[in-house]
Design a protein around this ligand. Sequence first.
Ligand code: RFL
Ligand code: PHB
Length: 391
Amino acid sequence: MRTQVAIIGAGPSGLLLGQLLYKNGIDAVVIERQTGDYVLGRIRAGVLEQVAVELLEEAGVSKRLKSEGLVHDGFDIAYDSDLLRIDLKKLTNGKTVTVYGQTEVTRDLMDARSEAGLKTVYCAQDVEVIDYDTSNPKVKYKLNGQVHEIECDFIAGCDGFHGVCRASVPKNAIKEYERVYPFGWLGLLSDTPPVQEELIYGNHADGFYLCSMRSSQRSRYYIQCALSDHVDNWSDDKFWNALKSRLPQNLAEQLVTGASLEKSIAPLRSFVAEPLRFGRMFLAGDAGHIVPPTGAKGLNLAASDIRYLSRALIEFYGEKSEAGINHYSQKALARIWKGERFSWWMSMLLHRFPENTGFDNKIQRTEFEYLASSEHAQRVLAENYVGLSYT
Ligand code: RFL
Ligand code: PHB
C-alpha cells in the first residue's frame, strides 16, 4: 500500500490532520492501535480556544460544535472562600472559549472521515516506523495476525505520550524536558446540571478542585488526589463529599450530585521533546509534549501543532516548497513553550503541594491576591487562557 502521509494515532491530532489534508487533496491513512469506541470512551478535554474552533471550522467539522458547544465569556477562581471572576471577554477585547468535549470533537472528525470514505486502520498491532530519515519512509503493523506495510512520503506521529514514534528516535537525537507533579486529578462525569454556568478552578486547604461541564445537563468535576490513590478507593459519595467540602459554602449548597458515568485518575506532567521533526517524521500533539490540564491547553496545543503541520505539508505538495516543513519544529515549539509556561503557572497557583513550606503557601496566596487586585495581571491570565494568537 502507498499513501502520501501515514498518520499514526486516531486521537484529535491525527484525525484533524487527516481531515485538513483531505480538504487539500492530500492522501493519508490513519493507523490506530485501539478500537474507535475505545478512543471515544476516553473522557478528557473540555475547553476549546477560539483559534482551535476556527481550525475545526476550516476542517469542515464545526456544525455540531457551533450548535451544541457552550460559549463561555469568563470563569471563576476560588481561593479558600474567596471568589474571583476572570472576565475573559472584557479582558481580551471580545475573545471567548467554547466548552465542547474532546469526545465530541473526536466523534465529529471520525464521522467526517467515514463520510468521505477515508481509510482508518483500527486495532493495528506492533506498529513500527521505518526509514523515516530517508525519502522513502514506511509504516509496518499487524492486523489480525497479518503483517502490512505502507510506503509513504511522510509520517505524522500523532500517537500520544506513550506512542511508538517518539520512542523510535535514538536517545541522542532528542532532548526531553520534564516536570512531574506530586499529585493527580480524580475526575467524575455525571448527568447532573453544573453547579454554575461557568467553570470554577479552586484552591482549598484539602487541594485543588475544578467544576466543569459538557452541557447544561452533564457535569465534569475534578479534585486533587494523591498519586498513589486509586479510583476504587473513591465511591461516588466519597467524591461528592470531598468536592462539597472544598467548594465555597453557597456553591456547596447548590451542588447537585448523582451517579457517576465515569471516574478516572490522571497524573499531572509537564513535558516537551525537542525537536519535533526527524527527517520525514513529525511529532504533533501529546506525542511531542504534555501539559498539566490546569490551563486547558493540551488539546488546544495539539490543534495548533496540526495547524502548522498541515500548512507545511500543503505547501510542500502545492508549491513544492520545503520551507514549511523545515520550520515546523521551531514554530510549533515556540507556541508550545508558552502553553507549558501558562499551564505550569496555573498549576502552581491552584494546587496544594505536599512539600510546600509556610513561605511557599504565603507566596501562593499573595499570587491570588495580586491577581484579584490587578487588572493587568488578570489580562495576562485571560490572554493566555483564550489562546495566544499565531505569529
Ligand atoms: P491522544 O488523544 O493521546 O491520541 C493518541 C492516539 O494514538 C494512539 N496510539 C497509537 N496508535 C498506533 N500505534 C501506536 N503505537 C500507538 N500508540 C498510541 C492512541 O491509542 C490514541 O488514540 O493524543 P492527541 O491526539 O495528541 O490529543 C491530545 C489530547 O488528547 C490531550 O492533549 C488533551 O486531552 C489534554 N487535556 C485537555 N486539553 C485541553 O486543551 N483542554 C482541556 O480542557 C483538557 N483537559 C486533558 C484534560 C487531559 C486530561 N487527561 C486525562 C490527561 C483533562 C484531562 C483529565
Ligand atoms: C474539562 O472539562 O474536562 C476540563 C476543563 C478545563 C480544564 C481541564 C479539564 O482546565
